[in-house]
Design a protein around this ligand. Structure first.
Ligand SMILES: C[S@@+](CC[C@H](N)C(=O)[O-])C[C@H]1O[C@@H](n2cnc3c(N)ncnc32)[C@H](O)[C@@H]1O
Length: 401
């Protein structure tokens, strides 16, 4: 691979925004890619993948380059040099690469392989928490969570079928394949900007990881039911629920953030989902009005997001242990409060995109201990290491009295 100066400069500028100004990697990548319309697909892929690599491996590259968490322009070049060296790219004779100790950098990489927190490029506190929660399995999970994620689409069955979508994508020169065990999923053969296609604008699909596609299906919804999606956000699961319910019945989509629900509304329109009713939780009244009203409740709970690190590598550096402790309290409160939406005989799914038992099965166990009118029907832990997709947890419970 040959390095092109303008592309490398775009990467260095982006790293400055992410490392020093704390901006989110996805937002920075999006903005950087708009900088030069002459960049082709390969150039864009280089920029996006290199930035994500440097965010994912920030600690490792920092330790190898000796930049000591100080990201001046000169040090950002050092970080980039480590990236290029470990990729086996021969460095051009630019002044920034003069005197690069290639062998020493590779030696340092080998040296750090015995230190998991550095090797996997995570903060020490996270490594300790991972071991405490998952024991030996942590090693495999964190390794899997450092792999770049593939792009998965969910066919919108309100508008099309998986076979038709597969063909329509091919007509746009986008290759995809079916994913066994995931009835509506298509996996892209290579990363492409699918949002530009007409079939996206027509609502034929959503981009949604395979594991996430299991959640709405777990709720066992039927057309005509009254369903409450209690943490609906921008509606990834609500749109799926609408499709599973064939647009029949009612989905009340709640969230504490009205702007997320606005996005949900836009997406629902595109998807042709007509049975979703967004309601912002701006008072306890909104909640109390819904007690004993629902056949099904989905609690797609706020969580640490540790299961989706492949997609959001900057979360490694933005997450704090205090945040995880607080979010666990919120999870318990949400379960307590939103379980009241269910009618007797109704079913509820509690789900997270975390792999920590303390956010998952332990929350459900604690809830069931104090609510003997609920019982666990089934639960599923999706391991990134075993599935190759995002980490998720889901538990299906039934209200019996
Ligand atoms: C995991 S996200 C939901 C993702 C969404 N269901 C989807 O599939 O796209 C969790 C959501 O819970 C919302 N949330 C946080 N605290 C909440 C609360 N107390 N009540 C309801 N929603 C809450 C957040 O705003 C966020 O949108």
């Amino acid at each position: 691979m040959r390095l092109h100066r303008n592309l490398v400069l775009a990467v260095i500028d982006s790293l400055n925004y992410i490392y020093n100004d704390g901006l989110y990697a996805d937002k920075v990548v999006e903005k950087t890619l708009k900088r030069d319309t002459r960049w082709g697909a390969r150039d864009r892929a280089f920029i996006a993948e290199t930035i994500y690599d440097c965010v994912r491996w920030k600690r490792l590259y920092n330790e190898i380059s000796g930049t000591k968490n100080h990201f001046s322009q000169e040090n950002l070049w050092k970080i980039f040099t480590v990236w290029a060296t470990l990729k086996g790219i021969s460095l051009p004779d630019w002044k920034q690469f003069e005197g690069t100790p290639v062998r020493r950098l590779k030696g340092k990489f080998d040296e750090f392989q015995s230190n998991r927190a550095i090797r996997e490029s995570i903060p020490d506190w996270l490594d300790e928490m991972g071991v405490k929660e998952l024991g030996k399995q942590w090693d495999k999970e964190i390794e899997a969570l450092n792999q770049p994620a593939s792009v998965i689409l969910r066919t919108n069955t309100l508008k099309t079928t998986k076979k038709i979508l597969h063909k329509a994508l091919l007509e746009e020169e986008i290759g995809s394949e079916f994913v066994e065990g995931y009835p509506d999923a298509l996996k892209l053969m290579e990363r492409k900007n699918v949002f530009r296609t007409d079939i996206f604008k027509q609502g034929f699909f959503e981009v949604q990881d395979a594991s996430s596609q299991l959640v709405a299906a777990y709720l066992d919804v039927k057309p005509g039911m009254r369903v409450i999606d209690a943490c609906a956000g921008a509606g990834g699961k609500a749109l799926h629920l609408a499709a599973l319910m064939e647009n029949k019945g009612q989905i009340i989509a709640l969230d504490i953030y009205g702007n997320k629900l606005k996005e949900l509304k836009r997406r629902a329109k595109r998807a042709g989902a007509h049975n979703i009713e967004p309601r912002t939780i701006d008072s306890t009244k909104v909640i109390k009005k819904l007690y004993n009203q629902a056949d099904r409740v989905l609690i797609d709970s706020p969580c640490s997001g540790l299961g989706v690190l492949r997609r959001n590598p900057d979360a490694k550096w933005k997450l704090q242990p205090e945040f995880i402790e607080n979010i666990k309290k919120t999870q318990a409160e949400i379960l307590e409060s939103y379980s009241k939406f269910l009618k007797i005989g109704g079913k509820m799914v509690y789900a997270t995109c975390s792999i920590l038992p303390s956010e998952n099965e332990k929350q459900v166990q604690a809830f069931l201990k104090t609510h003997d009118n609920f019982h666990l029907v089934k639960e599923k832990k999706v391991s990134p290491a075993k599935s190759g997709f995002d980490g998720f947890y889901m538990a299906l419970m039934e209200r019996t009295a």
